[in-house]
Design a protein around this ligand. Structure first.
Ligand code: ADP
Length: 344
């Protein structure tokens, strides 16, 4: 609310200054014109008294008159130039302030979203682990073995979730400084196949389809990084789809690059949000209304990893609904195929 008042006040002052410029320029114009006419009259009288001209009309063909006109036009151009320059500077200032304000608002919204989601993401697995351990500690002797096993598995799953969150946070911080990639020639189709199998086992209700257009060249990549990219995209496709989720993963070669697409038929991403989903901590909508778990780090990490592999990532709508994430990665050169060396 306070922000809105401040913004309104800023625009009011700027608007007032703009109008004041225009008004003062208009006044200067009229004063300049009045001064010009006054000078003409004065010169006319002077020249007539000196006998240089016979009638007042003779003055208008004199050299003196031409000089006055030239000086008058020059003053007029100066006033016009100053008005345009100052007004444009003011408009540019308004634009810069407006853009800065929008950025500030977006960044504070993101910070708020991040704090809310991170608090939730940290607290909920901890609560899950505590509950599971507490139940085992209190009633462990009376519990049937299968129930005890189920509670232990739940605790492990929650600990894994916590671990992934911490790893994502550390990885995103490291990606912004110096991160060591260990690149080697990789058969991307094998890596994806393994992940698709794993994800299908973990989500038996989901339908994850993988199609490959062989033969494919290798890419020169970091196994762990590319695994993280594919897992992130498939997990998102599952997470943002209504059940049972349908995900289509495809891989093909186009000249000297591999094209990987992960398409879902889920909730989709609106036009303006598509530009922002790769930003750190960005999540569509507001944390108060959002039901899914997440921190807004996944796609940021994916984008940074793909960038480090000299690839590209794009997002578009799927038909009739859902989202497609399309990645391109350059294929390994003959030299890279022969030597695999760590690259920073
Ligand atoms: P997280 O999933 O942890 O929120 P991400 O960085 O992976 O973070 O994704 C950022 C946001 O992009 C998500 O919060 C979600 O709103 C949107 N998003 C990502 N993938 C998809 C998808 N396949 N379908 C719809 N929305 C998506």
């Amino acid at each position: 609310m306070q922000n809105r008042h401040l913004r309104f006040l800023t625009y009011f002052i700027m608007g007032y200054m703009l109008l004041a410029f225009v008004w003062w320029s208009f006044l200067l114009f009229t004063k300049n014109r009045d001064a010009f006419h006054a000078k003409i009259e004065l010169q006319q009288i002077g020249m007539a008294a000196e006998g240089v001209i016979k009638s007042p009309m003779d003055f208008y063909v004199s050299e003196r008159y031409q000089e006055l006109v030239t000086s008058y036009r020059k003053q007029e151009r100066m006033i016009m130039g100053e008005t345009i320059f100052l007004s444009l500077s003011l408009l540019a200032g308004i634009y810069v302030i407006y853009r800065g304000y929008r950025r500030e608002v977006a960044s504070s919204k993101q910070q708020r979203n991040f704090l809310l989601s991170i608090t939730h993401e940290l607290k909920s697995p901890l609560a899950g682990i505590r509950l599971a351990l507490e139940t085992i500690a209190k009633r462990g002797d009376q519990l049937p073995p299968d129930k005890r096993q189920m509670l232990s598995m739940r605790g492990i799953k929650e600990a894994d979730r916590l671990n992934k969150l911490v790893e994502d946070l550390l990885l995103s911080a490291r990606l912004e400084s110096a991160y060591q990639f260990h690149q080697e020639p990789l058969a991307l189709e094998e890596l994806i196949e393994r992940i698709v199998l794993q994800q299908s086992q973990q989500n038996p209700a989901a339908e994850i389809d993988f199609s490959v257009d062989t033969p494919l060249s290798h890419v020169n990549g970091d196994r762990q990084a590319l695994t993280s990219v594919v897992i992130n995209l498939i997990e998102n496709a599952l997470k943002y789809s209504s059940q049972p989720a349908k995900v289509a993963v495809s891989l093909r070669q186009q000249e000297d690059q591999l094209c990987l697409e992960v398409a879902d038929q889920g909730i989709g991403i609106r036009g303006q949000d598509k530009k922002q989903v790769f930003e750190k901590f960005f999540r569509v909508g507001s944390e108060d209304t959002r039901k899914t778990k997440g921190t807004g780090l996944g796609l940021f990490i994916v984008k940074e990893l793909i960038k480090a592999h000299h690839g590209t990532i794009k997002v578009r709508d799927n038909q009739p609904q859902g989202t497609v994430f399309a990645i391109t990665l350059p294929i390994a050169t003959a030299k890279e195929e022969r030597f695999s060396s760590p690259v920073v």
